[in-house]
Design a binder for this molecule. Structure first.
Ligand code: ADE
Length: 237
């Protein structure tokens, strides 16, 4: 069983249209859609925006379905001159940029429950998604750190901060929360994001303009990734 989580309707609607749904469960305000996609047993949920909503959804999904891997997908703000609207970012690791106990001497982003800042994604999962994307994704494919926080980033100074603090290439509002819950539960995870804006002073205009178009680009990619991911999981059992 593979779990897939997107935050907004626009990030899950096309996926659900490609799912052969066999049932659903509503728990804690989240609907979990059960079925198959590209022949793979899946559960798909729209978690809502932000870290708490994502954590509730992830933990509930783990307890209800025991997925082998949870994929977080959707849109993100691109960071840096090499990441453009319409590009894909596959996370090599996740950080929570708004976790800050630096006044107590910790590094910015330090997650006490895990005793670390960076939550890495297994390199073979990153490679599998990026390789699939080279074949089916219409746009540049980039791998790197994704920074998560309860903030829509629309500010050049903040962007530079995220790049300086974490080497981040994209910012969003759920991936680092899903990663933390998965790390705590011992479940594998990966995060893939289409770029809808550049997190800069134009982001509030670009995001509503490009979110749907960018989000929908993930559908073909996920349909290609799912069977290969299952094969990879079978091999590493
Ligand atoms: N998701 C898409 N664009 C974003 C941005 N600029 N900040 C946070 N989350 C986003």
């Amino acid at each position: 069983m593979i779990g897939i989580i997107g935050a907004m309707e626009v990030e899950v609607e096309q996926l659900l249209g490609n799912m052969q749904e066999t049932g659903s469960k509503a728990v804690s305000g989240v609907c979990f859609h059960e079925g198959t996609m590209a022949g793979v047993q899946c559960v798909v949920a729209q978690c809502g925006i932000g870290k708490v909503a994502a954590a509730v959804c992830t933990q509930t999904m783990i307890l209800l379905y025991h997925p082998q891997v949870i994929l977080c997908e959707g849109v993100a703000g691109g960071i840096g001159k090499d990441v453009h609207i319409g590009d894909l970012v596959v996370a090599t690791s996740l950080v929570q940029h708004d976790m800050d106990s630096s006044a107590l001497g910790d590094p910015v982003g330090f997650i006490s429950a895990l005793q670390k800042v960076q939550m890495p994604v297994p390199s073979q999962t990153v490679a599998l998604i990026a390789d699939c994307a080279q074949d089916v994704y219409e746009g540049h494919v980039c791998k790197g750190v994704i920074a998560t926080g309860d903030q829509f980033i629309a500010n050049n100074d903040k962007l530079h901060q995220l790049a300086a603090d974490f080497g981040a290439v994209a910012c969003e509002m759920e991936g680092g929360s899903i990663a933390q819950v998965c790390c705590m539960a011992g479940v594998d995870y990966a995060v893939l994001r289409s770029i809808s804006d550049n997190g800069d002073n134009d982001a509030a205009v670009d995001f509503p303009t490009f979110a749907a178009e960018s989000a929908h680009k993930n559908t073909a990619l996920l349909l290609a990734v799912l069977p290969k991911l299952v094969q990879q999981l079978e091999k590493t059992k």
